[in-house]
Design a protein around this ligand. Structure first.
Ligand code: UD1
Length: 356
């Protein structure tokens, strides 16, 4: 299939591009690069064995989005392009509404205008808020606790309304639990700008010596060891599910909301210990006060993903830590490190891979 991947230069999007290309799909990336690096394109070229077409497009620019569909025919869209920092979304909610919601409306309008009727959407377990029970099933109540989460829920609802209005339009909303890890090559991975908000990139930066100590948010949660429990999922497993979701859309011609997790919970301290084993480095930490908005324990019931997509997570927490560490130790400053770029792409200039 000919697939448009919006946000394909980002952390999860780049891993999905590798998987889609490996399955023989023709991938076209659209990315604004506000939260990603054009250098990822060189790494993707190395992994895929050919350059991927890439357009620098901000989904808020309706004309530019429309332009993506003019002159090329897509069989499906995979939509990752969104802002995703919870704290930032509380400070700048309008930016989140504009980027995430308005951008998605423009994308859906262009898809409909050009008869592109298959969508895989990057949603989040954040739509469950503080769930009443674990493991969390897809029919659990939806409630959100911050503007970022609200944008994910509204985007799911917009997509749902479009599917209801147009019997030919089908979408799979993939609700990710906690994506971590990196491609086993060590060429692509998560490269957060500034201080990481999420646990695994913070642990990586402590292990590599960029940050002194991890602050563990709360040691008095009602969990196995008092620290927060989450369902960490390897980004390569997650990427595979996007290709499986496209196959589902083609095969079944219907829509679905699907959790992506392992079904197993891991506490903060369990993750720290697994990371220490994988890296051979100490991760110094202090237990501090709980973080506002956190919850004790969240993990998925992933059985629908198995039933509908034939998918299940294959990597355990040790593999997640091993691959996260390989990425971090090979690229201490993420895509800012030039050495691997030059090796990977034979020194090709970054902009040569970008076209408009
Ligand atoms: C967070 C977001 C969620 C988003 C997801 C993206 C919140 C409340 N939720 O999920 O909406 O979809 O990221 O991946 O922000 N922790 C520490 N120290 C740290 C960082 C985290 O102890 O420096 C703990 C947290 O308290 C939590 C666990 O590690 O128990 C995981 O935290 P994090 O990686 O931020 O993910 P979530 O909070 O689950």
């Amino acid at each position: 299939m000919h697939i448009l991947v919006c946000g394909g230069a980002g952390y999860i999007g780049s891993h999905a591009c590798v998987e889609l290309a490996a399955r023989g799909h023709q991938v076209v990336i659209a990315d604004s690069f506000v939260n990603s690096s054009p250098r990822v394109l060189q790494r993707l070229q190395t992994l895929v064995g050919a350059p991927l077409a890439c357009h620098r497009v901000d989904l808020r620019d309706r004309g530019a989005v429309e332009g993506l569909f003019t002159g090329q025919r897509f069989d499906a869209v995979v939509h990752f392009a969104a802002l995703k920092a919870v704290g930032e979304s509380c400070q700048r909610p309008l930016d989140y509404f504009d980027n995430n919601i308005a951008g998605t409306i423009h994308l859906l309008q262009a898809m409909q205008a050009h008869g592109v009727h298959r969508l895989v959407f990057s949603s989040s377990a954040t739509v469950y808020g503080d769930p009443d029970a674990v493991p969390v099933r897809e029919d659990a109540p939806l409630r959100v606790t911050n503007p970022y989460g609200r944008t994910k829920l509204v985007m799911e609802q917009l997509i749902g309304d479009l599917c209801a209005s147009d019997p030919g339009f089908h979408a799979v909303n993939l609700r990710y639990f906690n994506p971590v890890g990196a491609h086993p090559s060590g060429l692509i991975g998560e490269a957060p700008g500034g201080v990481p908000n999420n646990l695994m990139p913070y642990v990586c930066q402590v292990a590599v010596g960029q940050r002194d100590r991890l602050a563990v948010f709360g040691g008095d949660w009602p969990t196995v060891d008092g620290t927060g429990v989450r369902d960490y999922i390897h980004v390569v497993d997650l990427a595979r599910a996007h290709a499986d979701a496209l196959d589902f859309l083609v095969r079944e011609g219907r829509s679905a909301n699907i959790n992506l997790g392992t079904g197993r919970g891991t506490s903060v301290l369990e993750l720290v210990r697994a990371f220490e084993r994988a890296s051979g480095r100490m991760v110094a930490y202090d237990i501090v006060a709980r973080r506002a908005g956190d919850v004790a324990e969240v993990y998925a019931d992933p059985s629908l993903a198995h039933a509908l997509l034939g998918w299940h997570a294959e990597h355990d927490i040790d593999a997640m830590c091993r691959d996260a560490w390989r990425w971090q130790s090979n690229n201490p400053r993420g895509y800012e490190d030039g050495a691997v770029d030059a090796d990977a792409a034979g020194g090709a200039p970054v902009d040569a891979a970008l076209s408009r």
